[in-house]
Design a binder for this molecule. Structure first.
Ligand code: PLP
Length: 455
Protein backbone atom coordinates (compact mmCIF):
# COMPACT_ATOMS: atom_id res chain seq x y z
CA UNK A 1 0.00 0.00 0.00
CA UNK A 2 3.01 2.38 -0.08
CA UNK A 3 2.13 5.70 -1.69
CA UNK A 4 4.14 8.27 -3.61
CA UNK A 5 5.58 9.79 -0.44
CA UNK A 6 7.66 6.72 0.26
CA UNK A 7 8.45 5.51 -3.26
CA UNK A 8 12.21 5.70 -3.81
CA UNK A 9 12.73 6.65 -0.17
CA UNK A 10 15.64 4.67 1.32
CA UNK A 11 14.07 4.87 4.80
CA UNK A 12 11.14 2.82 3.48
CA UNK A 13 13.23 -0.09 2.19
CA UNK A 14 13.38 -3.31 4.20
CA UNK A 15 11.47 -6.47 5.03
CA UNK A 16 9.30 -7.87 7.80
CA UNK A 17 12.01 -10.39 8.65
CA UNK A 18 14.74 -7.77 8.98
CA UNK A 19 12.59 -5.47 11.13
CA UNK A 20 11.48 -8.34 13.36
CA UNK A 21 14.98 -9.76 13.85
CA UNK A 22 16.50 -6.36 14.58
CA UNK A 23 13.77 -5.68 17.11
CA UNK A 24 14.17 -8.99 18.89
CA UNK A 25 17.97 -8.66 19.00
CA UNK A 26 18.30 -5.06 20.07
CA UNK A 27 15.08 -3.41 21.24
CA UNK A 28 14.10 -3.62 24.90
CA UNK A 29 10.32 -3.24 25.24
CA UNK A 30 8.09 -1.43 27.76
CA UNK A 31 6.11 -3.23 30.49
CA UNK A 32 7.09 -6.72 29.29
CA UNK A 33 9.06 -9.84 30.03
CA UNK A 34 11.32 -9.68 26.99
CA UNK A 35 11.64 -13.38 26.23
CA UNK A 36 8.27 -14.25 24.73
CA UNK A 37 7.56 -11.10 22.75
CA UNK A 38 6.26 -11.36 19.20
CA UNK A 39 5.84 -7.76 17.99
CA UNK A 40 3.86 -7.03 14.83
CA UNK A 41 5.99 -5.30 12.20
CA UNK A 42 4.53 -2.04 10.87
CA UNK A 43 6.25 -0.32 7.96
CA UNK A 44 4.07 2.72 7.33
CA UNK A 45 0.50 3.97 7.33
CA UNK A 46 -1.98 6.62 6.28
CA UNK A 47 -5.11 7.84 8.03
CA UNK A 48 -6.72 4.96 9.91
CA UNK A 49 -4.62 2.23 8.23
CA UNK A 50 -1.13 0.83 8.75
CA UNK A 51 0.67 -1.87 6.82
CA UNK A 52 3.74 -4.09 6.91
CA UNK A 53 6.47 -4.65 4.30
CA UNK A 54 4.50 -7.49 2.69
CA UNK A 55 1.48 -5.26 2.11
CA UNK A 56 -0.69 -6.71 4.90
CA UNK A 57 -3.00 -3.85 5.90
CA UNK A 58 -4.47 -3.29 9.36
CA UNK A 59 -7.29 -1.00 10.41
CA UNK A 60 -5.90 0.79 13.44
CA UNK A 61 -8.61 0.64 16.11
CA UNK A 62 -5.97 1.28 18.79
CA UNK A 63 -4.62 4.62 17.50
CA UNK A 64 -1.34 2.96 18.62
CA UNK A 65 -1.41 3.85 22.33
CA UNK A 66 -4.52 5.98 21.84
CA UNK A 67 -2.43 8.82 20.44
CA UNK A 68 -2.79 9.07 16.65
CA UNK A 69 -5.90 11.24 16.91
CA UNK A 70 -5.28 12.89 13.56
CA UNK A 71 -4.45 9.55 11.93
CA UNK A 72 -1.21 8.24 10.50
CA UNK A 73 1.00 10.41 8.29
CA UNK A 74 -1.30 13.42 8.09
CA UNK A 75 0.38 15.31 5.19
CA UNK A 76 0.12 18.79 6.77
CA UNK A 77 1.69 17.60 10.03
CA UNK A 78 4.47 15.70 8.25
CA UNK A 79 5.13 18.75 6.08
CA UNK A 80 5.32 21.05 9.15
CA UNK A 81 7.95 18.80 10.75
CA UNK A 82 9.97 18.74 7.52
CA UNK A 83 9.76 22.52 7.03
CA UNK A 84 10.60 23.31 10.65
CA UNK A 85 13.57 20.88 10.50
CA UNK A 86 14.92 22.85 7.55
CA UNK A 87 14.79 26.10 9.57
CA UNK A 88 15.61 25.05 13.13
CA UNK A 89 15.79 21.38 14.09
CA UNK A 90 16.49 21.99 17.77
CA UNK A 91 16.68 24.82 20.32
CA UNK A 92 17.49 24.91 24.04
CA UNK A 93 14.53 25.75 26.27
CA UNK A 94 15.99 29.02 27.64
CA UNK A 95 15.73 30.73 24.25
CA UNK A 96 12.62 32.28 22.74
CA UNK A 97 11.35 31.05 19.39
CA UNK A 98 8.37 31.75 17.20
CA UNK A 99 7.25 28.17 16.83
CA UNK A 100 7.35 27.54 20.59
CA UNK A 101 5.51 30.75 21.41
CA UNK A 102 2.88 30.22 18.74
CA UNK A 103 2.25 26.66 19.91
CA UNK A 104 1.96 27.69 23.58
CA UNK A 105 -0.52 30.40 22.57
CA UNK A 106 -2.55 28.01 20.38
CA UNK A 107 -2.76 25.38 23.14
CA UNK A 108 -3.63 27.85 25.90
CA UNK A 109 -6.39 29.32 23.71
CA UNK A 110 -8.07 25.90 23.77
CA UNK A 111 -8.14 25.97 27.60
CA UNK A 112 -10.42 27.99 29.93
CA UNK A 113 -9.88 31.79 29.93
CA UNK A 114 -7.56 32.04 32.95
CA UNK A 115 -4.93 29.78 31.40
CA UNK A 116 -2.24 31.59 29.42
CA UNK A 117 0.98 29.65 29.92
CA UNK A 118 2.23 26.22 28.89
CA UNK A 119 5.17 24.25 30.27
CA UNK A 120 6.24 21.79 27.58
CA UNK A 121 7.46 18.29 28.38
CA UNK A 122 8.46 15.23 26.36
CA UNK A 123 5.28 13.26 27.06
CA UNK A 124 2.47 12.59 29.49
CA UNK A 125 4.37 11.20 32.49
CA UNK A 126 6.64 14.21 32.84
CA UNK A 127 3.61 16.46 32.36
CA UNK A 128 1.98 14.76 35.38
CA UNK A 129 5.28 15.01 37.26
CA UNK A 130 5.59 18.74 36.69
CA UNK A 131 1.93 19.47 37.40
CA UNK A 132 2.36 17.75 40.79
CA UNK A 133 5.54 19.77 41.38
CA UNK A 134 3.67 23.03 40.62
CA UNK A 135 0.72 22.08 42.85
CA UNK A 136 2.96 21.12 45.77
CA UNK A 137 4.92 24.35 45.66
CA UNK A 138 1.85 26.51 45.00
CA UNK A 139 -0.05 25.11 48.00
CA UNK A 140 2.89 24.33 50.31
CA UNK A 141 1.26 20.90 50.82
CA UNK A 142 2.50 17.49 49.73
CA UNK A 143 -0.29 14.94 49.18
CA UNK A 144 -1.75 14.02 45.81
CA UNK A 145 -5.09 12.22 45.57
CA UNK A 146 -5.90 10.16 42.50
CA UNK A 147 -8.19 7.33 41.36
CA UNK A 148 -7.44 3.66 41.93
CA UNK A 149 -8.62 3.18 38.37
CA UNK A 150 -6.08 5.40 36.61
CA UNK A 151 -2.82 5.65 34.73
CA UNK A 152 -0.70 8.81 34.85
CA UNK A 153 2.71 7.70 33.47
CA UNK A 154 5.80 5.73 34.41
CA UNK A 155 7.98 8.22 36.32
CA UNK A 156 8.27 8.99 40.08
CA UNK A 157 5.10 10.83 41.07
CA UNK A 158 3.22 9.84 37.91
CA UNK A 159 3.55 6.10 38.54
CA UNK A 160 2.77 6.52 42.23
CA UNK A 161 -0.33 8.56 41.39
CA UNK A 162 -1.31 5.74 39.03
CA UNK A 163 -3.84 3.35 40.49
CA UNK A 164 -3.41 0.36 38.18
CA UNK A 165 -1.04 -2.54 39.00
CA UNK A 166 1.90 -0.96 37.17
CA UNK A 167 2.32 1.11 40.35
CA UNK A 168 2.95 -1.91 42.57
CA UNK A 169 6.62 -2.56 41.66
CA UNK A 170 7.37 1.18 41.51
CA UNK A 171 6.28 2.65 44.84
CA UNK A 172 9.15 4.95 45.71
CA UNK A 173 7.54 8.39 45.73
CA UNK A 174 5.72 9.76 48.79
CA UNK A 175 2.43 11.46 49.57
CA UNK A 176 0.18 9.55 47.16
CA UNK A 177 -3.32 8.53 48.24
CA UNK A 178 -5.89 6.70 46.12
CA UNK A 179 -9.66 6.83 46.10
CA UNK A 180 -12.55 5.36 44.11
CA UNK A 181 -14.05 7.34 41.27
CA UNK A 182 -17.52 6.79 39.83
CA UNK A 183 -18.01 3.52 37.89
CA UNK A 184 -21.64 2.51 38.13
CA UNK A 185 -21.23 -0.86 36.38
CA UNK A 186 -18.86 -1.98 39.17
CA UNK A 187 -19.89 0.51 41.84
CA UNK A 188 -17.71 0.73 44.94
CA UNK A 189 -20.68 2.48 46.59
CA UNK A 190 -23.51 -0.02 45.95
CA UNK A 191 -25.18 2.66 43.85
CA UNK A 192 -27.99 1.79 41.46
CA UNK A 193 -28.21 5.01 39.44
CA UNK A 194 -25.80 7.56 37.92
CA UNK A 195 -27.11 10.17 40.35
CA UNK A 196 -26.45 7.97 43.38
CA UNK A 197 -23.01 6.99 42.09
CA UNK A 198 -22.10 10.65 41.58
CA UNK A 199 -23.29 11.76 45.00
CA UNK A 200 -21.66 8.85 46.85
CA UNK A 201 -18.36 9.10 44.95
CA UNK A 202 -18.14 12.80 45.85
CA UNK A 203 -18.99 12.10 49.50
CA UNK A 204 -16.23 9.45 49.49
CA UNK A 205 -13.70 11.92 48.06
CA UNK A 206 -14.61 14.52 50.65
CA UNK A 207 -14.13 11.96 53.42
CA UNK A 208 -10.73 11.00 52.03
CA UNK A 209 -9.69 14.67 52.00
CA UNK A 210 -10.91 15.10 55.59
CA UNK A 211 -9.26 11.92 56.87
CA UNK A 212 -5.96 12.69 55.10
CA UNK A 213 -6.01 16.20 56.59
CA UNK A 214 -7.08 18.96 54.17
CA UNK A 215 -4.01 21.04 55.00
CA UNK A 216 -1.79 18.23 53.68
CA UNK A 217 -3.56 17.83 50.32
CA UNK A 218 -1.92 19.68 47.42
CA UNK A 219 -3.82 18.24 44.48
CA UNK A 220 -6.53 15.98 43.19
CA UNK A 221 -5.25 14.61 39.88
CA UNK A 222 -7.80 12.71 37.79
CA UNK A 223 -8.35 11.71 34.17
CA UNK A 224 -11.44 13.61 32.97
CA UNK A 225 -12.47 10.38 31.27
CA UNK A 226 -10.45 7.50 32.72
CA UNK A 227 -8.67 5.91 29.75
CA UNK A 228 -6.60 2.75 29.99
CA UNK A 229 -8.35 1.75 33.22
CA UNK A 230 -11.70 1.45 31.45
CA UNK A 231 -13.02 4.47 29.49
CA UNK A 232 -15.05 5.51 32.53
CA UNK A 233 -17.37 8.38 31.68
CA UNK A 234 -18.04 10.46 34.81
CA UNK A 235 -21.72 11.02 35.60
CA UNK A 236 -23.02 14.55 35.06
CA UNK A 237 -22.01 16.71 38.02
CA UNK A 238 -19.05 14.62 39.15
CA UNK A 239 -16.23 16.75 37.72
CA UNK A 240 -17.96 19.94 38.89
CA UNK A 241 -18.27 18.33 42.33
CA UNK A 242 -14.52 17.67 42.31
CA UNK A 243 -13.95 21.30 41.31
CA UNK A 244 -16.15 22.46 44.21
CA UNK A 245 -14.35 20.22 46.74
CA UNK A 246 -10.98 21.52 45.51
CA UNK A 247 -12.23 25.10 46.00
CA UNK A 248 -13.61 24.28 49.44
CA UNK A 249 -10.32 22.80 50.69
CA UNK A 250 -7.82 24.96 48.73
CA UNK A 251 -6.67 21.98 46.64
CA UNK A 252 -5.32 22.23 43.07
CA UNK A 253 -7.46 20.38 40.52
CA UNK A 254 -5.22 18.70 37.92
CA UNK A 255 -7.08 17.36 34.89
CA UNK A 256 -5.16 14.57 33.15
CA UNK A 257 -6.16 15.00 29.51
CA UNK A 258 -3.22 13.01 28.14
CA UNK A 259 -5.43 10.33 26.59
CA UNK A 260 -8.85 12.00 26.67
CA UNK A 261 -7.80 15.38 25.23
CA UNK A 262 -7.46 16.74 21.70
CA UNK A 263 -10.57 15.29 20.16
CA UNK A 264 -10.76 11.80 21.60
CA UNK A 265 -14.16 12.45 23.27
CA UNK A 266 -15.41 14.67 20.45
CA UNK A 267 -14.33 17.87 22.26
CA UNK A 268 -10.94 19.58 22.49
CA UNK A 269 -10.70 18.49 26.12
CA UNK A 270 -12.83 15.86 27.80
CA UNK A 271 -13.77 18.23 30.66
CA UNK A 272 -15.45 20.42 27.98
CA UNK A 273 -18.23 17.80 27.94
CA UNK A 274 -19.20 19.03 31.42
CA UNK A 275 -17.93 22.66 31.27
CA UNK A 276 -15.57 22.47 34.21
CA UNK A 277 -12.51 24.62 34.79
CA UNK A 278 -9.49 22.71 36.12
CA UNK A 279 -6.41 24.52 37.49
CA UNK A 280 -3.73 22.52 35.69
CA UNK A 281 -4.35 20.57 32.49
CA UNK A 282 -1.86 17.97 31.38
CA UNK A 283 -1.72 16.89 27.75
CA UNK A 284 0.45 14.80 25.39
CA UNK A 285 -0.67 12.11 22.91
CA UNK A 286 -3.34 13.79 20.73
CA UNK A 287 -1.70 17.22 20.96
CA UNK A 288 0.42 16.23 17.94
CA UNK A 289 -0.63 12.59 17.56
CA UNK A 290 2.81 11.56 18.79
CA UNK A 291 4.56 12.41 15.51
CA UNK A 292 7.34 13.85 17.71
CA UNK A 293 7.35 13.28 21.50
CA UNK A 294 5.44 16.12 23.22
CA UNK A 295 3.46 16.79 26.37
CA UNK A 296 2.86 19.67 28.70
CA UNK A 297 1.00 21.44 31.47
CA UNK A 298 -1.44 24.29 30.77
CA UNK A 299 -1.19 26.52 33.81
CA UNK A 300 -3.89 28.66 35.44
CA UNK A 301 -2.70 32.25 35.92
CA UNK A 302 -2.58 32.23 39.76
CA UNK A 303 -0.42 29.12 39.79
CA UNK A 304 1.81 30.54 37.05
CA UNK A 305 2.17 33.72 39.15
CA UNK A 306 3.55 31.67 42.07
CA UNK A 307 6.65 31.30 39.95
CA UNK A 308 7.00 34.94 38.89
CA UNK A 309 9.56 35.65 41.60
CA UNK A 310 10.21 32.15 42.80
CA UNK A 311 12.28 29.63 40.86
CA UNK A 312 10.35 26.79 39.26
CA UNK A 313 12.55 23.82 40.17
CA UNK A 314 12.05 21.75 37.02
CA UNK A 315 13.20 21.63 33.41
CA UNK A 316 13.97 19.45 30.41
CA UNK A 317 16.54 19.80 27.63
CA UNK A 318 13.85 19.28 25.02
CA UNK A 319 11.08 21.38 26.63
CA UNK A 320 9.30 23.05 23.72
CA UNK A 321 11.28 21.17 21.05
CA UNK A 322 10.80 22.99 17.72
CA UNK A 323 9.82 19.86 15.75
CA UNK A 324 7.34 18.81 18.41
CA UNK A 325 5.87 22.33 18.56
CA UNK A 326 5.62 22.60 14.77
CA UNK A 327 3.81 19.27 14.60
CA UNK A 328 1.38 20.34 17.33
CA UNK A 329 0.66 23.71 15.73
CA UNK A 330 0.01 22.05 12.36
CA UNK A 331 -2.11 19.37 13.99
CA UNK A 332 -4.30 21.90 15.84
CA UNK A 333 -4.77 23.88 12.62
CA UNK A 334 -5.65 20.76 10.62
CA UNK A 335 -8.12 19.69 13.32
CA UNK A 336 -9.75 23.12 13.14
CA UNK A 337 -9.72 23.43 9.33
CA UNK A 338 -10.96 19.89 8.70
CA UNK A 339 -13.59 19.76 11.48
CA UNK A 340 -11.87 16.69 12.97
CA UNK A 341 -13.16 17.18 16.52
CA UNK A 342 -16.77 17.52 15.33
CA UNK A 343 -16.28 14.47 13.13
CA UNK A 344 -15.10 12.40 16.10
CA UNK A 345 -18.23 13.38 18.04
CA UNK A 346 -20.43 12.47 15.05
CA UNK A 347 -18.79 9.07 14.57
CA UNK A 348 -19.34 8.29 18.26
CA UNK A 349 -22.99 9.31 18.27
CA UNK A 350 -23.96 7.82 14.92
CA UNK A 351 -21.68 4.87 14.17
CA UNK A 352 -19.54 3.55 17.03
CA UNK A 353 -22.07 3.95 19.86
CA UNK A 354 -25.03 2.40 18.02
CA UNK A 355 -22.79 -0.22 16.33
CA UNK A 356 -21.25 -1.40 19.60
CA UNK A 357 -24.68 -1.56 21.28
CA UNK A 358 -25.85 -3.76 18.41
CA UNK A 359 -22.85 -6.03 18.99
CA UNK A 360 -23.83 -6.22 22.67
CA UNK A 361 -27.29 -7.51 21.69
CA UNK A 362 -25.62 -10.33 19.82
CA UNK A 363 -22.68 -11.23 22.09
CA UNK A 364 -23.55 -11.86 25.75
CA UNK A 365 -19.86 -11.50 26.76
CA UNK A 366 -20.34 -7.74 26.30
CA UNK A 367 -21.46 -6.70 29.76
CA UNK A 368 -21.40 -2.97 29.17
CA UNK A 369 -20.71 -0.59 26.27
CA UNK A 370 -19.57 2.90 27.24
CA UNK A 371 -17.87 5.80 25.55
CA UNK A 372 -17.95 9.13 23.77
CA UNK A 373 -16.53 10.27 20.42
CA UNK A 374 -13.83 7.79 19.38
CA UNK A 375 -13.23 6.61 22.96
CA UNK A 376 -15.18 3.38 23.69
CA UNK A 377 -14.81 0.28 25.84
CA UNK A 378 -16.48 -3.08 25.95
CA UNK A 379 -16.54 -4.41 29.55
CA UNK A 380 -16.41 -8.16 28.88
CA UNK A 381 -17.89 -10.70 31.29
CA UNK A 382 -18.40 -14.45 31.61
CA UNK A 383 -21.82 -13.85 33.14
CA UNK A 384 -24.02 -10.77 32.83
CA UNK A 385 -25.78 -11.51 36.11
CA UNK A 386 -22.61 -11.64 38.25
CA UNK A 387 -20.58 -9.34 35.98
CA UNK A 388 -17.61 -11.70 36.45
CA UNK A 389 -14.84 -10.18 34.29
CA UNK A 390 -13.62 -12.15 31.26
CA UNK A 391 -10.07 -11.70 32.66
CA UNK A 392 -9.07 -10.92 36.24
CA UNK A 393 -8.05 -7.42 37.40
CA UNK A 394 -4.40 -6.96 36.47
CA UNK A 395 -4.31 -10.07 34.29
CA UNK A 396 -5.43 -11.66 31.06
CA UNK A 397 -7.17 -14.88 30.06
CA UNK A 398 -7.45 -17.42 27.26
CA UNK A 399 -10.65 -15.69 26.09
CA UNK A 400 -8.98 -12.27 25.87
CA UNK A 401 -6.07 -13.85 23.97
CA UNK A 402 -8.49 -15.41 21.49
CA UNK A 403 -10.21 -12.05 21.02
CA UNK A 404 -7.09 -9.98 20.40
CA UNK A 405 -5.51 -12.60 18.13
CA UNK A 406 -8.81 -12.93 16.28
CA UNK A 407 -8.88 -9.18 15.64
CA UNK A 408 -5.29 -9.05 14.38
CA UNK A 409 -5.78 -12.13 12.16
CA UNK A 410 -8.69 -10.29 10.50
CA UNK A 411 -6.68 -7.08 9.97
CA UNK A 412 -7.92 -5.09 12.97
CA UNK A 413 -5.49 -3.63 15.53
CA UNK A 414 -7.22 -3.77 18.94
CA UNK A 415 -6.45 -2.13 22.29
CA UNK A 416 -7.10 -4.56 25.13
CA UNK A 417 -6.64 -4.18 28.88
CA UNK A 418 -7.54 -6.89 31.42
CA UNK A 419 -11.19 -7.83 30.59
CA UNK A 420 -11.81 -4.91 28.26
CA UNK A 421 -11.54 -4.23 24.58
CA UNK A 422 -11.23 -0.53 23.82
CA UNK A 423 -12.46 0.77 20.50
CA UNK A 424 -10.27 3.81 19.94
CA UNK A 425 -9.66 4.57 16.25
CA UNK A 426 -8.20 7.89 15.09
CA UNK A 427 -10.64 10.84 15.15
CA UNK A 428 -10.47 10.85 11.32
CA UNK A 429 -11.93 7.33 10.98
CA UNK A 430 -14.53 7.40 8.21
CA UNK A 431 -18.03 6.00 8.57
CA UNK A 432 -17.12 3.12 6.23
CA UNK A 433 -13.94 2.32 8.13
CA UNK A 434 -15.76 2.41 11.46
CA UNK A 435 -18.38 0.00 10.11
CA UNK A 436 -15.68 -2.24 8.63
CA UNK A 437 -13.93 -2.36 12.01
CA UNK A 438 -17.18 -3.21 13.81
CA UNK A 439 -17.82 -6.04 11.33
CA UNK A 440 -14.33 -7.47 11.96
CA UNK A 441 -14.86 -7.15 15.71
CA UNK A 442 -18.18 -8.97 15.36
CA UNK A 443 -16.38 -11.89 13.68
CA UNK A 444 -13.67 -11.96 16.36
CA UNK A 445 -16.33 -11.92 19.11
CA UNK A 446 -18.00 -14.97 17.51
CA UNK A 447 -14.93 -16.94 18.60
CA UNK A 448 -15.24 -15.69 22.18
CA UNK A 449 -18.94 -16.40 22.72
CA UNK A 450 -18.04 -19.92 23.87
CA UNK A 451 -16.43 -18.49 27.01
CA UNK A 452 -19.75 -17.10 28.21
CA UNK A 453 -20.93 -19.15 31.17
CA UNK A 454 -24.12 -17.28 32.08
CA UNK A 455 -27.65 -18.23 31.16
C1 PLP B 1 -4.12 9.41 31.14
C2 PLP B 1 -2.65 9.27 30.90
N1 PLP B 1 -1.79 10.04 31.58
C3 PLP B 1 -0.46 9.96 31.40
C4 PLP B 1 0.07 9.03 30.51
C5 PLP B 1 1.55 8.94 30.33
O1 PLP B 1 1.93 9.41 29.07
P1 PLP B 1 3.34 9.02 28.43
O2 PLP B 1 3.29 7.58 28.12
O3 PLP B 1 3.43 9.92 27.23
O4 PLP B 1 4.38 9.36 29.43
C6 PLP B 1 -0.78 8.20 29.79
C7 PLP B 1 -0.26 7.20 28.85
O5 PLP B 1 -0.91 6.30 28.41
C8 PLP B 1 -2.18 8.32 29.99
O6 PLP B 1 -3.05 7.53 29.34
Amino acid sequence: MPDDNIHNNPWAEGSNTEAFELDRSHVFHSWSAQGGLNPLVIASGAGTKVWDFDGNVYLDFSSQLVNTNIGHQHPKVVEAIQSQAAVQATLAPQHASLVRGRTARAISELAPPKHHKVFFTNGGADAAENAVRMARIHTGRHKVLSFYRSYHGNTGSAINATGDPRRWPNEYSFGHVHFFGPYLYRSAFHATSEGEECERALAHLEQVIQFEGPKTVAAVMIESVVGTAGVLIPPPGYLQGVRDLCDKYGVVYIADEVMAGFGRTGKWFAYDNWNVDPDLIIFAKGSNSGYVPLGGVIIQDDIAATFDDRVFPGGLTYSGHPLACASSLASIKAMQDEGIIEHAAWIGDNVLGPGLRTLAEKHPVIGEVRGLGVFWALDLVTDRATREPLAPYGGTSEAMGVLTKGCIARGLLPFANFNRLHVVPPCVVTEDEAKEGLALLDQALNEVDKYYAGS
